[in-house]
Design a protein around this ligand. Structure first.
Ligand SMILES: Nc1nc2c(c(=O)[nH]1)N[C@H]1C(S)=C(S)[C@@H](COP(=O)(O)OP(=O)(O)OC[C@H]3O[C@@H](n4cnc5c(=O)[nH]c(N)nc54)[C@H](O)[C@@H]3O)O[C@H]1N2
Ligand SMILES: Nc1nc2c(c(=O)[nH]1)N[C@H]1C(S)=C(S)[C@@H](COP(=O)(O)OP(=O)(O)OC[C@H]3O[C@@H](n4cnc5c(=O)[nH]c(N)nc54)[C@H](O)[C@@H]3O)O[C@H]1N2
Ligand code: SF4
Ligand SMILES: [Mo]
Length: 732
């Protein structure tokens, strides 16, 4: 059945993209985009060839094999030797060919002509574009210091070159997508175990998944391993205000009141400690602060948690006992996206603490330390700029920001206030903050505050639409990338890299080439004085077998230790132990143990808005993909049946959803699969850019509606601190 579906969707894809027509006619195809490849193919004989690549439709980087005929990539197959993804490509991976041949791709450098966001562009030659970039960067540096230029880069193997460029140019102001994603979770686990763990889902006997949706939000190998483990009898308990696909397949699902997970976790700790269900020797030996924790959790009994979470007290107590009985092969799944509440770091600390009580660290079925991959860094000495300010523009607003990622939300506030110093230039690579940062109107203001803004993207994203200069990037199948080390929990620690499968189409150029050229013009050429090939050789210098394995198998595995890594290692925390009680927090005036405070109250006939994934969509970047677009239509607003009745809303109605920062109109989806006090919509619709031709005018933008809270410890976005009203606009 699954196989047939896959065949069908591929056939649909060939139809949709015009590839069948092109191949049958044997002439210039429907898609102008095929021209360069077909020109190349004119000399070839219709034979198929195959080349290893690495999927780039999301950050998981699954190994794949491109099947190429006459210079045209016809199909992507999974690389069976790539065990991190258990030899699979998901729907989005299969649709990678449609990204390559997307007629909406950016083709040439474009310079803004009209007002910002007006959509008047002039095609300019690359020489001119690069000269202009260099000239503007020099101007900004002279007027505002190098820190007056901001650099933002998304998840990509070449993003490290954006960081390198920013550093040698002299700006501390770099934001990654991570402060919109997972930093509060990383903060919490780092501050408990001294590092961010991987979950040994495959060997776990009991998994509590709270605020994660592994059967739709795919993370490899966890998503596939969860299915395999459940087939072998692993119990899965899901806490989610929505009836997700993961909830549907779980043994137990609890529609928890959003923002109350900490109460649940502290109650688990209460039962485990009071009933002495933990391994006393292990806890004494490996952890710090059990006595303080015992005292701390006394007030958080299951009855207290039941009131807060809306989960029966007897279920909470039973789950605690079952979980402890399965320990150490049991876990509170750490989750990934933690950009939800203003106390998310403390919420995730409560997850980490229960894991510690299960003594599952470094154990089969528990939380695993990072394995050794063996890739080396390529160091350089960045120049020093005397005129620079002391710190990042978003510094000192929260006690424990990640210095290399910053906080997008706080950086944006600093840009708008001009304090502590002005930022007037913005370089954006492979990230789309207009679609992914909360409060879109404010991000538009931020773009408007810039004297010069450059965006490098494959498509005219909403962020590109606001830029001064838009530069076309090659897709992953057309470029060479550095090597990358990947962790696949128990599955593997491996290295992958990319080489171009087909030549870069149109006038697209990799960001490495762009930065190298501009660095040369700014007399920083010595920091980019290498090719990607040479860079890779340096990265692989400690792994003599890697180059061969990469050529033969498309992946190199380091047979490094999986469990017991900490037998001879010291925890990187202040106490050198696993910190139930965090003494560093205490010194900084932060609660050393998570103290529960209820989420803001949702008024009657108002709703908390939550975000969530679809298996067919990657953030805001694949909605306009011709294949995936057929599978995921415009977004709808999930509204509970009883809530809809209260508001007089009928199935099929168009509703207005409005927060204090923005609004949108979309069709309603009335369902019992969401709590009465919560609404949900899929992200990435309601685009501003008409050049996303399949989705322009479809659905509503979630980023326009989300309010911009942030985590009070690390500055990660807090997307779920958003309360909305829902009003009927157009009857069905
Ligand atoms: N197909 C697909 N896979 C992806 C991605 C993608 O875009 N598409 N993106 C990747 C990325 S970048 C990430 S970060 C991960 C994200 O992976 P996840 O974090 O697993 O994904 P989300 O869909 O954000 O899931 C969060 C879930 O939390 C629920 N929720 C909201 N508030 C609360 C709450 O207070 N308590 C609890 N218990 N639940 C709550 C939401 O309803 C939602 O179902 O997925 C990755 N994988
Ligand atoms: N409303 C809402 N906001 C969210 C989330 C949510 O679920 N809902 N999730 C949050 C999370 S967990 C994350 S990780 C962030 C993600 O936020 P972003 O980093 O902004 O991720 P994407 O939306 O995938 O945007 C990626 C951009 O890269 C472009 N692109 C794709 N391939 C290439 C390429 O090969 N080269 C170049 N140069 N560009 C390319 C795409 O066209 C797109 O414009 O969003 C966060 N914000
Ligand atoms: S999970 Fe899917 S989209 Fe992500 S890298 Fe793997 S195949 Fe590609
Ligand atoms: Mo993310």
């Amino acid at each position: 059945m699954a196989k047939d579906n896959m065949k069908l969707s591929r056939r649909d894809f060939f139809k949709a993209s015009g590839l069948i027509a092109a191949a049958a006619a044997g002439s210039v195809p429907v898609l102008g985009g095929l021209e360069p490849s077909l020109a190349h193919a004119a000399q070839s004989s219709g034979e198929w060839s195959s080349a290893y690549s690495v999927c780039d439709m999301c950050f998981n980087k699954c190994g794949c094999i491109a099947r190429v005929q006459d210079g045209v990539v016809k199909k992507l197959d999974p690389n069976p030797k790539f065990i991190k993804s258990r030899g699979m490509l998901c729907a989005r991976g299969n649709a990678g060919v449609a990204q390559l041949y997307d007629p909406d791709r950016l083709k040439y450098p474009l310079l803004r002509k009209g007002a910002r966001g007006e959509g008047k562009w002039q095609r300019i030659p690359w020489d001119e574009a690069l000269d202009l970039m260099a000239e503007k960067m020099q101007d900004i540096r002279k007027k505002y210091t190098s820190c007056g230029h901001l650099f933002s880069a998304g998840a990509d193997l070449q993003s490290q070159f954006v960081g390198r460029f920013a550093e040698v140019y002299g700006s501390y102001n770099v934001t990654s997508h991570e402060s919109l994603c997972l930093l509060s979770g990383s903060r919490a686990f780092l501050d408990t175990f001294g590092e961010v763990p991987f979950a040994d889902v495959l060997n776990s006997k009991y998994i509590i998944m709270a605020g994660a949706n592994r059967f739709e939000a795919l993370v490899t190998p966890d998503s596939i391993d969860l299915m395999t483990a459940m087939q072998k009898g692993t119990k899965l308990v899901v806490l989610d205000p929505r009836y997700t696909k993961t909830a549907a397949l779980a043994n137990e699902w609890y529609p928890i009141r959003p923002g109350t997970d900490m109460a649940f976790m502290l109650a688990l700790a209460h039962v485990i400690i009071n009933e002495k269900l933990y391994n006393e020797t292990w806890i004494q030996d490996k952890t710090y602060g059990i006595d303080q924790l015992r005292e701390h959790v006394q007030k958080y009994d299951p009855r207290f948690a039941a009131e807060e979470c809306g989960i029966p007290a007897e279920d909470i107590a039973r789950i605690a006992r079952e979980l402890a009985a399965a320990a150490p092969a049991a876990m509170i799944y750490p989750g990934r996206r933690t950009s939800d509440y203003k106390n998310s770091t403390q919420i995730r600390r409560s997850f980490a603490i229960v894991n510690a009580l299960l003594s599952n660290w470094d154990q089969p079925g528990g939380l695993l330390a990072a394995r050794e991959v063996g890739l080396k860094g390529v160091p350089y000495d960045a120049p020093w700029y005397d005129d620079n300010p002391d710190d990042r523009v978003d510094a000192h607003k929260v006690p424990m920001m990640f210095e290399h990622d910053g906080s997008f939300v706080l950086t944006r506030d600093a840009v708008l206030s001009g304090k502590p110093y002005p930022i007037k230039g913005w370089f954006v690579y492979k990230t789309n903050p207009l679609g992914t940062a909360p409060n879109r109107a404010k991000t538009i203001e931020m773009a408007n505050a810039m004297e010069f803004m450059t965006v490098v993207d494959v498509a005219m994203s909403d962020t590109a639409w606001m830029a001064d200069l838009v530069l076309p990037a090659p897709s992953s199948l057309e470029r060479q990338d550095p090597a990358s080390g990947l962790q696949g929990s128990v599955a593997c620690a491996c290295v992958v890299q990319r080489d171009a499968v087909v030549p870069a189409m149109y006038e697209s150029r990799p960001v490495f080439d762009i930065l190298k050229s501009v660095a040369g013009k700014l007399e920083l050429g010595e920091y980019f004085d290498f090719t990607i090939e040479e860079y890779r050789e340096k990265q692989l210098r400690g792994l003599p077998n890697a180059a061969n394995a990469l050529a033969e198998d498309g992946v190199y595995y380091n047979p490094s230790k999986v469990y017991g890594i900490y037998e001879d290692r010291v925890y990187k925390t202040l106490s050198k132990k696993i910190e139930l009680y965090n003494s560093r927090y205490e010194g900084m005036g932060v609660d050393p143990m998570p103290v529960y405070s209820p989420p803001s109250k949702v008024p009657k006939n108002r709703f908390r808005m939550v975000v969530g994934r679809s298996a067919m969509v990657t953030q805001t970047s694949s909605q306009n993909n011709a294949v995936l677009h057929q599978l995921t239509g415009p977004n709808t607003l999930w509204l509970n049946t009883a809530s809809a009745k209260n508001l007089g809303i009928q199935p099929g109605d168009t509703v207005e959803v409005a927060s204090s920062v923005g609004r949108g109109e979309l069709k309603v989806e009335i369902t019992d699969g969401i709590r009465e006090d919560t609404v949900y919509m899929l992200s990435g619709f309601g685009a501003l850019s008409p050049q996303l031709s399949l989705i322009f005018g479809e659905g509503a933008s979630m980023s326009a509606v989300l309010q911009e809270g942030y985590d009070e410890i690390c500055g990660n976005a807090a997307l779920h601190e958003t309360i909305v009203s829902v009003t009927r606009k157009v009857a069905s």
